[in-house]
Design a protein around this ligand. Sequence first.
Ligand SMILES: NCc1[nH]cc(CCC(=O)O)c1CC(=O)O
Length: 324
Amino acid sequence: MTEQHSSAAPGTVLRIGTRGSALALAQTGDIARAITAATGIETVLIPVTTHGDVTRASLASLGGTGVFASALRDFLLAGECDLVVHSMKDLPTAAAPGLAIGAVPERADARDALCARDGLTLAELPEGARVGTGSPRRIAQLRRRRPDLEIVDIRGNIDTRLGFVSSGELDAVVLAVAGLERLGRDGAITERFELSEWPPAPAQGALAIEVRAESVAAPVTDPIRAALNAIEHPETRAEAAAERAVLARLEAGCAAPIGAHALLSGGTLALHAAVYAPTGTDLRERTEGVAVSADTLLSVAAGLGSDLADALLADGAAEIAPLT
Ligand SMILES: NCc1[nH]cc(CCC(=O)O)c1CC(=O)O
């Protein structure tokens, strides 16, 4: 007997658009393999070069959020591919006309990690040690724990960043565990930061599979729809929705010093979010939990994030941090 797969027309090949970076290729490859394993549908990866990949300008000067997403979206809208894979934390919260998040697969480790020389933890770094990151959230979190550090603004892909440590130019860098794992570079991690003490970027560790809006309304026998169904993880979608609703309500961009983490467990969705003063000397943070059921999961998640953001604003979050 051969394996039973949901019915895709023989010869169907799903075209998956991806950025050409090592991380994008790795995570898109993971998704392609998961789709084929679950459905038997063949896939092909189509790399797309984005302006964010080729320029050396700072992310902020490019307009921040969305510089990586827009070329992939144009490609999808033009019908050049059937689905694209984004790191959800890099995806703007605003809906893209004509497109939909067709699937959210199970999230990887959401934590941030320190990758330091000589196996050092954050507490063990010598006074005045040089630590690299370009993220305002990570800068504030580092300053909060270790005001003595020299924080160095860095850009570049994960291997470039790790290279600053191996070359001795920096003592450490802060990176997402998920990206390091996807590239097989998690051996460089010297400390994983607790989610409750060091909330990551909203939706960190999660991927978003974007499709043309018509694909999510297609019959379940449609190969794109079948692929989406096979990799969907409703719990991750709800957690990410709660975290991203905080950002949306604060009208905050990807450069705002905001951390958020939600966890769905035992019928309760718990959300923790923090807004940091850039100096790390002040923060506003809140944690709330709500009971959820499968049929109301997404709307309750979005409401939770939005309400939590309102509470943070009432606490003065907009007075301590630049949100936009
Ligand atoms: N902003 C860059 C980025 N976008 C996605 C990841 C990997 C983690 C993820 O998929 O959430 C990273 C690298 C990092 O933050 O260390």
